[in-house]
Write a protein that binds this ligand. Structure first.
Ligand code: ADP
Ligand code: TYD
Length: 208
């Protein structure tokens, strides 16, 4: 591969992103391929500090625009310090959430609209995923999979918020070719087999 491969995983809370990322990591490691796993918000010491502020359940007064800008700030640092250097070094980067989460949660969920995409274009400076897997599961099912005591400030939002986020994802899936929709209501093994078959196709096309 001439350059690295940037994979992002998206979907509602509890859709199985972390589970699938660890399956993908095993897949690559069994083949001796070094992968970088990272997540948003987070992925660098500065971004993890921003994550604590955003997700803190006590920050009830946080303005929606502040929230959107904090996610974007965390992402800007993550791209500059971790993602871009890894891709330049030819690595495979697997990121648990990226720009689409902001468009879905802040753009559609909070109702901030298209300015969220624009803010994030400044944050990522052209560093976009090569492929994005959208794990599609009804937000109600996703929410039921997560322990209520462990829910952060965003996860605690009411179901209507999560339905708007999901509608946003469905909308984006139609607009962006890089987004591959995965039925996440199936078994963990069926879902990972599906994702791996897409990855194998992408890698074989790149080697041509
Ligand atoms: P996310 O990272 O998207 O929030 P997780 O991977 O942490 O989701 O999964 C949330 C919970 O749902 C975990 O308890 C996990 O074991 C379970 N889970 C993951 N995938 C599935 C699946 N396909 N079917 C049922 N439960 C699942
Ligand atoms: P995360 O830790 O990925 O939660 P989970 O593993 O349960 O999916 O993300 C924390 C929360 O932040 C999650 O509810 C989604 C939200 N979020 C946004 O609202 N905008 C963003 O840009 C990102 C990256 C996450």
């Amino acid at each position: 591969m001439k350059k690295g491969l940037f994979i992002s995983i998206e979907g509602p809370d509890g859709s199985g992103k972390s589970t699938q990322i660890s399956a993908l990591k095993n897949y690559f490691e069994e083949r001796g391929v070094d992968v970088l796993l990272t997540r948003e918000p987070g992925g660098t010491p500065i971004s993890e500090k921003i994550r604590e502020i955003i997700l803190d359940k006590n920050n009830k007064e946080m303005d929606y625009m502040t929230e959107a800008l904090l996610y974007a700030a965390s992402r800007a640092q993550h791209v500059a310090q971790v993602i871009k250097p890894a891709l330049t070094a030819g690595k495979i980067v697997i990121c648990d959430r990226f720009i689409d989460s902001s468009i879905a949660y802040q753009g559609y969920g909070r109702g901030l609209g298209d300015c969220v995409r624009v803010i994030n274009e400044y944050a990522v400076r052209g560093c976009m995923p090569d492929v994005t897997f959208l794990l599609k599961v009804d937000p109600k099912v996703g929410k039921e999979r997560i322990n209520e005591d462990e829910q952060d400030r965003l996860e605690q939002e009411k179901l209507e918020f999560h339905q708007r986020v999901f509608a946003g994802y469905i909308d984006m899936e139609k607009r962006f070719d890089r987004i591959i929709s995965i039925d996440a209501c199936r078994s963990i093994d069926e879902i990972s087999a599906d994702i791996i078959s897409y990855i194998e196709k992408i890698i074989s096309q790149r080697l041509l």
